[in-house]
Ligand binder design. Structure first.
Ligand code: HEM
Length: 228
């Protein structure tokens, strides 16, 4: 066990943890985005209801949810520790290091963008996960369905624009995180690195845009057309 704990507490080990948990969270984003698009069906939330009931009761999903929460916590915790260690190991300070010449604005702002996405996540989970899913596990019955809760939450412009702003920062975080994860895993190659960077850029623009579309749809389109 000694080598294993040494590996994971070393700087390289922590980067490896960041990369693996980061890629796992990226895969979650794709699944979550597909589920969110059911909200846009013209069926008064029927398809979304079926999906959310399945997500609420399927034992495999419940286990995955625990893994997911651990993934978020480990990713955030290792990120903070790594950033602190990097700061300590840089005794001369930023002025001499000229960070703008050695790294991108995206890589330098990972702690900030990650922290704001984390705050977004806490608020987001309170709205939908705790107040609905956890509440129903605890036997609390709601007058409104999860779909209705989503609709009414996004009728609030402050709440919706907060989501949109958080998605911009998620995009910044993913832009560096995506390529950095592959680099940590050793995929640093003349031929493939530019391709991974391009893929990362596309992913970090398209995925947050599609996420942001759902709240904006309920704020701007659903209301005016009368929706479903
Ligand atoms: C911006 C548009 C988003 C919308 C409309 C949205 C909507 C929802 C809804 C309705 C739920 C409850 C699902 C259920 O109980 O079945 C949920 C859960 C959750 N969301 Fe989001 N979400 C969005 C973005 C995000 C983002 C960007 C992340 C991650 C950074 C995220 C992470 C989660 C997590 C971890 C859960 C709890 C796990 C689960 O219930 O599956 N969400 N979201």
């Amino acid at each position: 066990m000694g080598w294993l704990s040494k590996t994971f507490t070393s700087s390289v080990g922590k980067k490896l943890i960041m990369a693996l948990t980061g890629l796992f969270l990226i895969s979650f984003l794709i699944v979550h985005l597909s589920g969110n698009f059911l909200l846009l069906r013209n069926d008064n939330g029927a398809a979304f209801f079926q999906y959310s009931e399945f997500m609420k009761t399927n034992p495999v999903i419940l286990v995955m949810e625990v893994v997911l929460f651990l993934g978020f916590i480990i990713h955030a915790f290792s990120g903070f520790r790594l950033a602190l260690e990097n700061k300590k190991a840089r005794p001369v300070g930023y002025a001499v290091n000229r960070p703008s010449e050695n790294s991108s604005v995206f890589s330098r702002s990972m702690v900030w963008t990650g922290s704001i996405v984390f705050i977004f996540l806490v608020i987001h989970l309170k709205s939908f996960f705790v107040d609905h899913k956890v509440a129903s596990w605890m036997g609390v019955t709601h007058e409104e369905t999860l779909f209705q809760a989503v609709v009414s939450a996004f009728q609030n412009p402050v709440y919706t624009w907060f989501y949109v702003a958080a998605m911009v920062l998620l995009g910044f975080h993913l832009n560096h995180g995506f390529q950095s994860a592959f680099q940590t895993l050793g995929l640093n190659h003349k031929k493939y690195t530019p391709l991974i960077k391009k893929l990362g850029l596309i992913f970090s623009i398209v995925v947050p845009l599609l996420f942001a579309y759902v709240p904006l749809y309920f704020l701007l389109i659903y209301k005016t057309t009368g929706g479903n």
